[in-house]
Write a protein that binds this ligand. Structure first.
Ligand code: BGC
Length: 738
């Protein structure tokens, strides 16, 4: 999905001549384009919701005239093989050219089979499983009539106050890029869009939306070009390299320009530098919102700015439908620019095979055979198992085989909806297997004593007595606390990251029962544990684990599976530390120069370090690292990669999986460089006592950054390599880049 536009200057003037020759434009497009009126062309760039959204009845009548006039190119929030067929019929049968609609939905972590939220999946560090989860999500969604998902969400997030941290892969550009590639491959397959069981993917939100000031959703972003290129763009570049079909512009204004009007992002970087040949959709009404941003005086100006910047499709903004035809007629927008946008949209429809058979994705038999297929449920359980992160364990886990009675407490122990997390697509609570249901099979009858204790929010403590009684009667207490499904995701910023409502009070009450306590934390983001850590004997972060979260958690509790998740974010101690990330700069005053010196970078009331570092996670076994060896003390800029080897041994008595992580520090640069940056990882399985040598390759390109002269590349000099189980890895060596 890439084309060479470097010769096209200015971009829009020569677009038509490029169109015919471009490999991204389907050869059938120009003939169709030539038959469309201006209004019909604009229609292809209009995306509307069904007006049914997620809950209400569908009122087709309001959209029918627009569909008949060819005034809609795509719809979002409709789904189901039968439902999408009805909409498709309305468009194809009644409009002049019978151009099929493109149906889109937010399939963010599964369609009907809901996988763990994306932050959780990233914690698996298991790219093959993540790819497989997207293949399944695409198969289910495509069987339900969909062509396109607004995923993957690949915003780097370094501030847990921002609720959308749940939707991405965490704080790190290297891990984020790897996950982005896996997700795009899983959704799109080989990227030719011809398979009936894959979807068009959409890299969002372009760009730096995760840098919202103060962690407040939709708030201003103001990052330097260096931070943009080094931190926020790498996952987008990776998605593009994996062939992503579409991009979505962010809601945010970046350095004073709303992303939907940013020619810098949408044309200079995306088209000119990166040769993207697909199309860009706005976020919901983000063209219209340029008026509120104060960068456009009215809707017409907003439409013009967005179109000239390179934004192709207007999601629910009403701007293109109302003004684009007139803007082209008056010469305010070149028709060639319009043609380029329409051609990209039509090309996607041709490639999906919709002109050959508009109902290709509308097979109800396929739909019912595909949704919730047992293989899909097994994959969801597997990914959920791999996503959970064990943060503390005094030895209470795995539960001893002789455990007779278990108390299961907490508002999230039997919460079928909340377990699914934000963006549930068509996931249903009734399909969810909760922690309670799963444990009831293992501890039948009276052996499982369930008492929710309280709700996630509010002040009601009347359930405490029953919870405490359950705890007193049990050998061990499992407490499922955290966030409900509406406390993370879009528009869920928080200033407090403490457990809400009476949850901490419930923990204290349970502590008084004197039994070992395991905290099962169901959450979309890191929550503060410093104060409550001492109240519990183990902490297992289960995130929002999806449809099969219950059995997955049970597998880990009993030891049928061994925790192997590792944090994709630095886990803060205090909200005041945010934004928090391991790849920070050293500063001029990293540590006191003299004992007693107070003028160095620190807080008076908390350490700088996170509570748990990026990459951290415990296992029921232990691992040791040694024999770190570099194949050479130098890496030549034009030479072969440098091989790094390290030996990892399972030193415990259980089989387990370790995420071996490699970090690099560039000691001196033309600009200051982070104290360390992840440059490689490998998830390996080791039997008890087994040792394996893990090999990494470092290339000069891995060491590239945005240099002082505003070019991308590495600089010669000395580099440190650290290998180990998390971002504080101590085993190190060094080499020179020459
Ligand atoms: C979100 C997007 C989403 C879109 C369509 C917006 O509010 O920011 O991530 O794809 O809605 O549902």
């Amino acid at each position: 999905m890439r084309r060479r536009l470097s010769l096209v200057v200015p971009l829009f003037v020569c677009v038509t001549s490029v169109l015919a020759a471009s490999p991204d434009i389907d050869p059938r497009v120009p003939a169709l384009l030539a038959r469309l009126t201006l209004e019909e062309k604009v229609g292809q760039l209009v995306q509307l919701s069904s007006r049914a959204d997620m809950t209400g009845p569908v009122e087709k009548s309001s959209l029918t005239p627009q569909l008949q006039a060819g005034g809609v190119g795509s719809m979002l929030n409709v789904s189901g093989a039968a439902e999408t067929r009805r909409w498709q019929q309305a468009a194809v049968a009644s409009s002049r050219h019978g151009i099929p609609l493109l149906f889109a939905l937010d399939v963010i972590h599964g369609y009907r089979t809901i996988f763990p939220i994306p932050l959780a999946a990233a914690a698996s560090w298991d790219l093959a499983c993540i790819e497989e989860s997207e293949r399944i999500a695409a198969a289910e969604a495509a069987a339900a009539g969909l062509h396109w998902t607004f995923a993957p969400m690949i915003d780097i997030a370094r501030d847990a106050r921002w609720g959308r941290i749940a939707e991405g892969a965490g704080e790190d550009p290297f891990l984020g890029a790897a996950v982005a590639r896996a997700r795009v491959r899983g959704l799109q397959g080989d990227g030719r869009y011809t398979a009936p069981d894959r979807l068009l993917a959409c890299a969002k939100h372009f760009a730096a939306y995760g840098a919202a000031q103060a962690g407040r959703d939709y708030f201003t972003t103001d990052v330097t070009e260096r931070v943009l290129r080094e931190v926020y763009l790498p996952p987008f570049r990776a998605a593009l390299d994996a062939g992503v079909a579409t991009f979505m512009s962010g809601f945010n204004d970046l350095d004073g320009t709303p992303c939907s009007a940013s020619g810098f992002l949408l044309t200079d970087i995306l088209r000119r530098e990166w040769d993207f040949g697909g199309f860009v959709v706005s976020d919901w009404a983000s063209i219209r919102e340029m008026i509120q941003h104060g960068s456009a005086g009215d809707l017409r100006a907003a439409a013009q700015q967005a179109m000239l910047a390179g934004l192709d499709m207007d999601m629910e903004g009403g701007a293109y439908a109302a003004h684009l035809a007139e803007l082209v007629r008056s010469g305010a927008v070149p028709e060639a620019r319009l043609d380029a946008a329409v051609s990209a949209v039509l090309s996607a429809k041709f490639r999906l095979g919709l002109f050959d058979d508009p109902y290709r994705f509308n097979d109800e038999a396929r739909e019912s055979a595909t949704l919730l297929h047992p293989d899909h449920l097994a994959a969801a359980r597997d990914l959920a198992r791999r996503s959970c992160v064990l943060l503390k364990n005094t030895g209470v886990l795995p539960l001893a085989p002789e455990t007779r009675t278990v108390a299961l407490v907490g508002p999230l122990a039997d919460a079928p909806l909340h377990q699914l997390g934000a963006w549930r697509a068509r996931g249903r609570p009734e399909d969810t297997v909760t922690i309670r249901t799963a444990l009831a099979e293992i501890f039948p009858g009276e052996r499982l004593r369930y008492a929710p204790g309280c709700a996630v929010r509010g002040e009601d403590t009347t359930g405490f007595a029953a919870a405490r009684a359950a705890a007193e009667a049990a050998d061990v207490v499992l407490v499922a606390l955290g966030e409900d499904a509406d406390q993370s995701g879009e528009s869920t910023s928080r200033t407090s990251l403490d457990l809400s409502g009476p949850q901490v009070a419930l923990l204290r009450e349970l502590r008084a029962a004197g039994k070992p306590i395991v905290l099962l934390l169901l959450t979309g983001r890191p929550l503060l544990l410093e104060e409550i850590e001492s109240l519990v004997d183990a902490v297992l972060v289960a995130w929002h684990p999806g449809t099969m979260g219950g059995p997955a958690v049970a597998d880990l509790l009993t030891g049928a599976a061994n925790p192997s998740g590792r944090l994709p974010v630095s886990w803060p101690r205090r909200v005041g530390q945010l934004p928090l990330f391991y790849a920070h700069k050293n500063t001029g005053r990293p540590a006191p120069l003299d004992a007693g010196d107070r003028y160095y970078t620190r807080y008076l009331d908390a350490p700088n370090a996170p509570h748990f570092p990026f990459g951290f996670g415990l296992s029921y076994t232990t691992f040791a690292y040694d024999e770190l060896r570099l194949a050479s003390p130098t890496l030549r800029a034009d030479g072969p990669p440098l091989t790094v080897r390290v030996r990892v041994r399972n030193t415990g008595s259980r089989a387990g999986e370790e995420v071996v992580q490699l970090y690099v520090r560039d000691r001196v640069g033309s600009v200051t460089r982070p104290v360390r940056e992840l440059k490689g990882f490998a998830k390996i399985a080791l039997a008890p006592g087994e040792a394996r040598t893990v090999e990494f390759q470092i290339t000069p390109a891995d060491l590239a950054f945005w240099r002082a002269d505003r070019t991308w590349g590495p600089e010669p000099g000395q580099f440190d390599v650290f290998v180990g189980p998390d971002a504080t890895a101590e085993l190190s060596a060094s080499f020179r880049l020459e």
